[in-house]
Design a binder for this molecule. Structure first.
Ligand SMILES: Cc1cc2nc3c(=O)[nH]c(=O)nc-3n(C[C@H](O)[C@H](O)[C@H](O)COP(=O)(O)OP(=O)(O)OC[C@H]3O[C@@H](n4cnc5c(N)ncnc54)[C@H](O)[C@@H]3O)c2cc1C
Length: 353
């Protein structure tokens, strides 16, 4: 069982910044995210797009902001459970929380911060392959957690967006054979990614099949080959031997299991007390960032940062009801990491010149 002070559900920008604010209060955090990597919408939907409304950053890419947040929270050594969805909530007699994921990982915490954004991102699955679900975890996957696990394997990717393009580029030198299938000839993604994939195709590193669709999967107990139907004038059926078939058709957000936790929900978001501390109707469970709603709510990154800051103060008072925390500016108090690191502004000296 993983034990922590604050269990954060959602490793988007709000969840990541919560670790920093909690760390200043010496509270330990652990994050759960259904996605394979931290960053939420920023890393999954628009990593290369510039953001212009982060205070102090006239322009920063979404992945750049995610990387900076990860760097900023490093001293506070957060734990991560990635690629798993928080599913089940139990409240212990001493009012602590036990959260179990869809893969059975159990977490115990004194406080929960739900920073779940639009909900947990679930992969969109192709609907036309009848035996797809049989091969799940037997060669079919919908996200890539460990690219190295695909080293020297035959891999078929399907999809026409940024994710399919980016993974094609990343796996070109890892897989022994890499095929990318898309139902159209045109790809919808960053221009430089499209050009890179074109170049890799010309170098023979990617077998590009367009326009085409995967029709059927074959294999004895595990995936061995796929049947592809081309949609061009040739309209032919091709069998491709493969170890993995990974459709990357995007993700759709679902409030999912959180909707059954007894939280007050309004318009697919969790109602919170914004006059005080972003606590939900269950004491000790907070909701911050895009996932919450209150009068005047704005779904912006900077609003999530603000909510995280106030929420952590309230969490501290809940965890240590008899201790008084005095707010210190980081310029004055510095930062003491749980890893023993220390950052501090140079002290003023009194010296004759
Ligand atoms: C194309 C685009 C451009 C944008 N541009 C801007 C901009 O310029 N400026 C701006 O301020 N905002 C912008 N936004 C909005 C911004 O991305 C969101 O406000 C921000 O991502 C919210 O952060 P969050 O951490 O609250 O949620 P998210 O980023 O959505 O992260 C939530 C995370 O929680 C996880 N999760 C949810 N439920 C569970 C569960 N049960 N178990 C495990 N994990 C779970 C999800 O997988 C997800 O990773 C943009 C959004 C989009 C789509």
């Amino acid at each position: 069982m993983i034990e922590t002070d604050i269990l954060i559900i959602g490793a988007g920008p709000t969840g990541l910044f919560t670790v920093f604010e909690a760390g200043l209060l010496k509270l330990k955090c652990h994050l759960i995210d259904a996605l394979a990597q931290p960053g939420g919408q920023l890393a999954e939907i628009y990593p290369k797009k510039p953001i212009y409304d982060i205070p102090g950053f006239p322009e920063i890419s979404a992945q750049g902001l995610t990387d900076n947040l990860l760097e900023q929270i490093k001293p506070f050594q957060p734990g991560f459970t990635l690629g798993e969805r928080a599913e089940k909530l139990e409240i212990t007699p001493e009012n602590h929380f036990v959260v179990t994921t869809n893969k059975g990982t159990v977490h115990k915490a004194k406080v929960i911060a739900i920073a779940g954004g639009l909900g947990s991102f679930e992969p969109r699955k192709p609907t036309t392959i009848s035996n797809l679900s049989y091969y799940e975890e037997k060669g079919v996957a919908y996200m890539i957690k460990e690219p190295e696990s695909l080293r020297n394997k035959k891999v078929v990717l399907a999809g026409g967006g940024d994710s399919a393009l980016d993974w094609s580029i990343a796996l070109a030198d890892i897989a022994s054979e890499l095929t990318l299938i898309h139902r159209r000839k045109e790809f919808r993604g960053a221009l430089d990614s499209v050009e890179k994939v074109r170049k890799l195709r010309d170098q023979g590193k990617i077998n590009l099949i367009t326009p085409a669709e995967v029709e059927k999967l074959n294999g004895n107990g595990k995936l061995e080959s796929i049947i592809v139907q081309t949609k061009d004038e040739e309209n032919k059926e091709i069998e491709i031997a493969t170890d993995y078939f990974i459709p990357l058709f995007g993700l759709s957000p679902k409030l999912g299991p959180l909707a059954d936790w007894g939280l007050e929900i309004e318009k697919n978001a969790i109602k919170v007390d914004n006059a005080l501390d972003y606590q939900t109707n269950i004491p000790g469970i907070y909701a911050i960032g895009d996932i919450n709603t209150y009068p005047g709510k704005l779904k912006l990154i900077l609003c999530g940062f603000h909510e995280a800051t106030l929420m952590c103060q309230s969490a501290y008072n809940r965890i240590y009801p008899n201790k008084k925390y005095v707010l210190k500016y980081t310029t004055v108090g510095g930062i003491t990491g749980f890893d023993g690191s220390r950052k501090q502004a140079p002290k003023a000296v009194v010296e004759a010149i």
